[in-house]
Write a protein that binds this ligand. Structure first.
Ligand code: DAT
Ligand code: MG
Length: 140
């Protein structure tokens, strides 16, 4: 049994539609604990830094525009195999390909406006949590 932490974002399409509670209900029903959470408006610089691995992709500009267009809810989720589990709970990047019952199937509008982010590996989780939270903000 490995208790892990992963980094999550509830994205602008979801905060705009006032469905952060509905997203959190799916997260908690899956057995993940929200051990840190804050609503913030990212600067362009924060978005570009966070998504720097995608800097050469065609959608990078659009992605950074979207992620700074409205408040987001940043979270740390804790649980058994939290990183892989949350990727499962989120569903595929494109909601058209996401499995039934996943957050993206339930709520996402498109491949870009897809309601949530979740870390894809332990290395990413560590980096993304450190970029967005201080240790004292995470209370397990
Ligand atoms: P994920 O968020 O599932 O890890 P990713 O890391 O490949 O997906 O991409 C990061 C985000 O960029 C994704 O959540 C939405 C956006 N994105 C990815 N591919 C896209 C595309 N082809 N067109 C528009 N936005 C895209
Ligand atoms: Mg990703």
């Amino acid at each position: 049994m490995t208790i892990e932490r992963t980094f999550s974002i509830i994205k602008p399409d979801a905060t705009n539609r006032n469905i952060t509670g509905a997203v959190n209900a799916v997260i908690e029903k899956a057995g993940l604990r929200i051990v840190a959470q804050k609503r913030v408006l990212w600067s362009r610089e924060q978005a570009e830094k966070f998504y720097e691995e995608h800097a050469q992709r065609s959608f990078y500009g659009e992605l950074c525009d979207f992620m700074t267009s409205a408040p987001i809810v940043c979270q740390v989720l804790e649980g058994e195999n939290a990183i892989a589990k949350y990727r499962e709970v989120m569903g595929a990047t494109d909601p058209a390909e996401a499995a039934e019952g996943t957050i993206r199937k339930l709520f996402a509008l498109s491949k870009g406006e897809n309601s949530v982010h979740g870390s894809d590996s332990p290395t990413s989780a560590q980096r993304e949590i450190a970029l967005n939270f201080s240790d004292s903000e995470i209370v397990g």
